[in-house]
Design a protein around this ligand. Structure first.
Ligand code: LMR
Length: 417
């Protein structure tokens, strides 16, 4: 090695790795159930193809916009930022404070008491992964329970971290509604000490949430059963508004509660590619929160060391400035209203194109997604014959439907029914 140039030794090393039999036998992994469809969509040459796969907001023109408040915050950051040095392992304190304020309310005891450890994470997915690794090491006997159905990446993340995954009842497929009794019965049977993954609002993929009263019941069963909630909060503001969307979390956030919240700013700030999320672990007291924080930092250091700064700095700037925050809430309300109007347009279009089939549940569902009830074979036909892409479980990203594509979409769906 001392006699060869760096280029030569690199070539030798590469050849040796290529020659290892274990790489020759390696099987390719299947494409991701959601993000993998974008790759197939990009290759599709069908005229008028429609992408309703990933949960990404699009405006009526089919564009995922950068919010005005984000542009303004970025301008300010360019002017004021003085360093690109590393952040601390747990990220920016101001970001953590702002996150708790948004989730629980600025004056809530959980926001102010110091019994919560909050870390800045690369997206909601990053927050879930840190949570999962923390839980798997802190509570190795505990199983994690996910709703049936759930976001396909939940079991992927949890099992990759070493947690055993099980399912509880949630959706009434025949009526396109929540099966509230089955949910409560099923939660009541989970052994004490296990973890329950809940979607705070805009359930992914069904678009069906408990009412505030049903959340109180869920909270009672979880508390009585000695279960630990892990709340995935990725769509705050996309259902009925920032406050109403946190009704479920706040029902769980009683005086003695212990819980985890993995929250994301991808959707409500349109910061998808900036990877901004947070994990908040609510413990019993500040001393325990400090212990938990040390464990979270140990996990983070061994994963990505410390979080990216830019997206979290944008969120902190907006939430800390009255004018920018007001602008953000207006832009968020516009996105929410467009999705709800689109639900109506889609239901009306399907009522016309596919008379005799009931798609009325689309208008009762909330958030970006709608469970169409289409079977995997029908979804395959939509893709192969019409260039219409949705997740194979029949999930439609309603936010990807526009005035220009809704007619073609409804006719294509009608053709495969
Ligand atoms: C989705 O469900 O489409 C989004 O949460 C994006 C993702 O990462 O899957």
């Amino acid at each position: 090695r001392t006699q060869t140039s760096p280029e030569q030794s690199l070539t030798v090393a590469q050849l040796r790795i290529q020659d290892l039999p274990m790489f020759q036998q390696l099987q390719a992994a299947p494409p991701d159930a959601i993000l993998g469809l974008n790759e197939a969509f990009a290759r599709d040459t069908t005229d008028g193809k429609i992408n309703l796969t990933t949960g990404v907001y699009k405006d009526a023109g089919g564009t995922t916009p950068v919010l005005e408040c984000v542009k303004e915050a970025e301008r300010r950051l360019v002017e004021t930022e003085t360093s690109k040095g590393y952040l601390g392992i747990d990220g920016m304190k101001e970001f953590g404070d702002a996150t708790r304020g948004l989730l629980f309310g600025a004056d809530h005891e959980i926001t102010t008491s110091g019994r919560t450890a909050t870390i800045q994470a690369p997206g909601g997915t990053g927050a879930l992964r840190v949570a999962a690794e923390f839980l798997a090491t802190a509570f190795p006997e505990a199983k994690i329970w996910c709703s049936r159905p759930t976001w396909p990446n939940h079991p992927g993340i949890f099992s990759a971290a070493g947690l055993e995954v099980a399912e509880y009842d949630y959706f009434d497929a025949a009526n396109g509604t929540l099966d509230a009794q089955a949910l409560l019965d099923s939660l009541a049977q989970i052994p004490a000490g296990d973890i329950v993954c809940l979607h705070a609002c805009c359930h992914n993929p069904s678009g069906v949430d408990p009412t505030p009263e049903q959340w109180q019941e869920v909270s009672r069963v979880i508390t009585d059963g000695g279960l630990l909630p892990l709340v995935d909060f990725a769509y705050q503001g996309f259902g009925d508004g920032l406050e109403p969307d946190s009704a479920g979390l706040r029902a769980l956030a009683g005086p003695d509660c212990k819980l985890l919240v993995a929250s994301s700013f991808s959707k409500n700030f349109g910061l998808y590619r900036e990877r901004v999320g947070a994990l908040s672990v609510v413990t019993g007291d500040p001393d325990t929160a400090a212990v938990v924080l040390s464990r979270l930092k140990q996990t983070i250091r061994a994963n990505y060391s410390n979080p990216p700064s830019h997206g979290a700095a944008i969120v902190t700037t907006i939430l800390g400035d009255d004018q920018l925050r007001a602008g953000w809430e207006t832009e968020l309300a516009t996105m929410r209203a467009r999705i709800n109007d689109t639900r109506q347009a889609l239901a009306d279009g399907l009522a016309e194109a596919a008379a005799g089939h009931d798609f009325s549940s689309i208008t009762r569902q909330r958030g970006m997604f709608s469970f169409s009830g289409l079977a995997p074979e029908q979804v395959d036909r939509l893709k192969n014959e019409f260039g219409v892409y949705m997740v194979r479980n029949g999930r439609i990203n309603v936010a990807g439907v526009t005035p220009d594509n809704v007619g073609r979409l409804c006719e294509s769906i009608a053709a495969v029914l």
